[in-house]
Write a new protein. Sequence first.
Length: 217
Amino acid sequence: MFTGIIEETGTLVSIKHETGRARITIKAARVLEETRIGDSINVDGVCQTVSELNADSFSVFTLAESLKKTTLGSLKPGGIVNLERAARADTRMGGHIVQGHVGCAVPIRELSSGGGNVYLVVEAPQEHLACCVPEGSIALDGISLTIARISGSLITVNIIPATFERTSLRLKKTGDKINLETDVIGRYVLRLLAPYGKSAAGTAGGLSEEKLKELGF
């Protein structure tokens, strides 16, 4: 588990694609402190297991599902990534509960600044929008952010200058893809309520007055 508060940015040293996976090596400093092989590090929002440690770098094996759903497979040597070690029990929860389980990579539709504010707009698929609410939490490339507004398929977040300058967001541009993880609590609520909602065909399972009476309400 992570908090979405980025500890540092690292530099991609190499990515070697193998059958069904990729070996990624990242140059870092702070996240190497007290880290051991087998520990988890969040790389651009994706929970990864450390497989090798050196004095100034670490390596992970990114598996097929992560390569398919996230931006890790398209990283290039010299690229900058956001890094966070797994949270400890005594960690201040400055962000929100971030699992590092990315739902998908979404395109940046707008990135603008003015008056000391930075606004980032991403376009998300409907199945992920269902777990998003204004003033709720979202993780983009592992960064804990608050949703400012939702309009159709567009999600807008307002980013403070400190976060913008200390993370890889400062290097992003319109059209780039970014890893999206919705709030895990919202995902559980949606799953638990699914039996009482409409089916894909819009017929069975609706929550009606009759259904509520049947359930004892």
